[in-house]
Ligand binder design. Structure first.
Ligand SMILES: *Cc1c(COP(=O)(O)O)cnc(C)c1O
Length: 669
């Protein structure tokens, strides 16, 4: 047994100080190493009376004279919630210093018992509740209550607030007190056990008899609480995984090593092996607001308890309507006919099908193919593979894919000079095959999954003109670039060009639930509706899943209310500074930064084991592929974290080149 135990009460005055002291006492008596800490001490001047009581209960009270060990990390005079007690002294609770104090203790002691201030919903700051702070720190939570009137209600509400956040409860401690109605006491214990059982929680309920003399406390056995908090068997998960589960672009016979993710919070992924990694790829470019954003999680939780899913044929629902309206509000005027798909690839398929139905309805049935760019990436389903780089990772499946036309990828760099000949290849495709082409699709400005290439926005203006001239629809795949990733709300905004259909995905739900959308202009939708069939012929089983739509709406509210333009500008500058030193170094072919994207193109990729070593040494999660080591960090990433990311990328760039066979194709997706 070891770790940080957080002892909280359902309210003040339920005896959590006694419980914290008694727990420490048992550990000491078993010759374990333990220290107690007070999260924040209010109503006190000088040293903490609560810590003194802990010491008494632990049988080491001989230092009322030496008060050095009795000082909580934060002390305030006024007896109230910490946020108020601090405010009255013109201060704020210094959350970082609490975190530091506890982690210092955890370094020096096997067990740390942290006693909370008041209950779980007590604010530490205006916008930080104790429970969220504890969740973020991953402490093991023990809830203390007693049999006074009203405590059962508080206890169950406290438990619900833990469970609804996915936190595990290490145990409930029930204090017997003098003067409490014994009938209420025994019923409270019974009801708590029954509630835990119904909630599917097997945390123990430990009973503490009345403590009248702290110097001579009764012996209480908390071993069930200490025993129940051993870490889960991560090794078993990995063993099973290696034999039975496919991972993206990996061999199942010779699988590459994986981490066992346990929890995510903000920029961090915590693993069962107690590794904490900064997610420099935003979990494949999705977690724009950081992981486990409380507002998105709340929206998901609410929708899940109300209506997780209903078929979308014959029904609509508020989350879908709300999200579709918000999407329309983000996109340029006229782009507001929303088709919800369950993944980015499927939204690309839908966009392609819309284009074909549009041309048919417009009386041009021969136009049933698309033009796309070399170096592009549009997804992994057959239709989407068929539009991705023809010589790229999907070349194996050529025979099962529809055939399309490909233009050379533009070589004019973003921020560089426009070279008009860049457009020649696309123009000649149009001239030769105009009667066969229904639409042109591309990733505006930033080609991600295949090429990690940033090209000149003038290309998009030329493309718009060409499409208008020939009657092609223009489809922008903004699945990766949408929502500020390239520095503008959408990448199309760099060119001031509006497509006929746009695909959105990835950051749409802030990286929580899979959802994408193909959004057509009113004109395209109107023309399709005049065709035969008038219906658009697509309908996924989980179309417009309400949980996903609710997550999307919560994510878009964040995109609307936060200053992402500013943060992406900051990210861009910090990344440029952190990566520019690599230009011209031995193994580096190119360095490019656009918005919140930093790409280093290597001449030779180091071995996966060297990359893994850099990841473990730096605590930064990177997923290099092909010859690229890159970052697309969460948009709320701090400068300090960006500097660590840049250092990790430099670490990979400086590894010795190598090519070992790994069973990991190393592709982005
Ligand atoms: C990721 C991506 C896709 C595919 O999305 P999935 O949700 O993985 O199917 C399509 N286009 C672009 C540009 C992407 O980056």
């Amino acid at each position: 047994m070891s770790g940080v135990y957080f002892v909280t009460g359902v309210d003040t005055g339920v005896g959590k100080t006694v419980v914290a002291g008694l727990m420490a006492r048992q550990l000491l008596r078993g010759h374990a190493d333990v220290i107690t800490v007070k999260l924040v001490q209010t109503g006190c001047d000088g040293f903490s009376e609560d810590l003194l009581l802990h010491r008494k209960l632990m049988g080491c009270a001989d230092f009322p004279e030496d008060k050095s060990g009795l000082t909580a990390p934060q002390i305030f005079k006024f007896p109230s919630s910490p946020h108020l007690a601090a405010a009255l002294e013109g201060a704020e609770v210094d959350i970082d210093s609490i975190e530091r104090a506890v982690s210092e203790c955890a370094k020096r002691h096997d067990n740390v018992i942290v006693e909370g201030a008041g209950g779980l919903a007590v604010p530490l700051h205006e916008d930080v509740l104790t429970v969220d702070f504890v969740r973020e720190n991953g402490w093991k939570t023990i809830l203390v209550t007693n049999g006074a009137l009203g405590r059962l209600n508080h206890a169950i509400m406290s438990l619900e607030s833990l469970f609804s956040r996915g936190m595990t409860l290490s145990g409930v401690v029930f204090n017997y007190c003098a003067g409490t109605d014994p009938q209420i006491e025994s019923d409270t214990v019974r009801m708590l056990k029954s509630y835990l059982k119904r909630a599917g929680e097997d945390a123990p309920v430990v009973i503490v008899p009345e403590v009248s003399d702290p110097e001579n406390p009764p012996d209480v056995d908390f071993s069930e609480i200490f025993a129940g908090t051993e870490p889960s068997d991560a090794a078993r998960t990995v063993r099973f995984d290696r034999e039975h589960i496919w991972h993206p672009y990996s061999s199942i016979g010779n699988p590459p090593p994986v981490f066992t993710a346990a929890e995510t919070c903000g920029t961090r992924i915590k693993t069962e092996e107690s590794v904490e990694l900064i997610d420099a790829v935003s979990s494949w470019w999705c977690a724009a607001h950081g992981h486990s954003n409380p507002e998105i999680v709340r929206a998901i939780r609410r929708q899940a308890s109300k209506m997780p899913h209903v078929m979308f044929a014959g029904f609509t629902h508020r989350p879908a309507a709300e999200l579709a309206e918000m999407i329309g509000g983000f996109l340029p005027a006229g782009l507001d006919r929303v088709f919800f798909a369950d993944s980015g690839s499927v939204s690309v398929e839908c966009a392609a099908k819309m284009a074909v139905q549009y041309q048919r309805a417009a009386g041009r049935p021969s136009r049933s193919r698309l033009a796309a760019l070399k170096g592009g990436y549009h997804g992994d389903t057959s239709g989407a593979m068929a539009l991705s780089d023809p010589d790229g990772m999907h070349v194996l499946f050529r025979d099962i894919m529809p055939r399309h036309f490909f233009a050379e990828k533009p070589v004019s760099r973003f921020g560089g000079e426009w070279m008009p000949e860049d457009f020649d290849s696309m123009r000649s495709l149009a001239q030769e095959h105009g009667d066969e082409i229904a639409a042109v699709i591309c990733e505006p400005v930033f080609q991600g999954g295949n090429a990690m290439w940033m090209y000149h926005p003038q290309y998009l203006r030329e493309l718009r003109r060409l499409c208008d001239e020939y009657g092609f629809l223009l489809i922008f795949d903004e699945i990766a670039t949408g929502f500020w990733r390239t520095g503008k709300l959408f990448a199309m905004d760099h060119a001031g060009v509006v497509p006929d259909i746009v695909c959105l995905g990835k950051a749409l739900t802030g990286g929580t639930v899979t959802l994408a959308a193909a959004v057509a202009s009113r004109r395209v939708a109107d023309v399709i509706s005049t065709g035969s069939p008038a219906a658009f012929m697509h309908g996924p089983t989980f179309m417009a899943n309400p949980i996903a739509c609710a997550a999307g709406a919560a994510s878009l509210k964040l995109f609307r209310s936060l200053d992402y333009a500013g943060s992406v500008r900051r990210i861009s500058e910090t990344l440029s500074r952190g990566l520019s030193g690599l230009k011209g170094t031995d193994n580096v072919a190119d360095v490019r930064v656009l918005g919140a994207i930093g790409v280093v193109e290597l001449k030779n990729m180091p071995s996966p084991s060297d990359v893994r070593k850099v990841i473990l040494d730096t605590g930064v999660w990177l997923r290099p592929f092909s010859n690229f080591v890159y970052t697309m960090p969460p948009l709320m990433c701090s400068d300090a974290e960006l500097n660590r990311i840049a250092a990790a990328i430099r670490g990979v760039a400086e590894c010795p080149p190598c090519c070992e066979e790994t069973g990991d194709a190393g592709f982005h997706e």
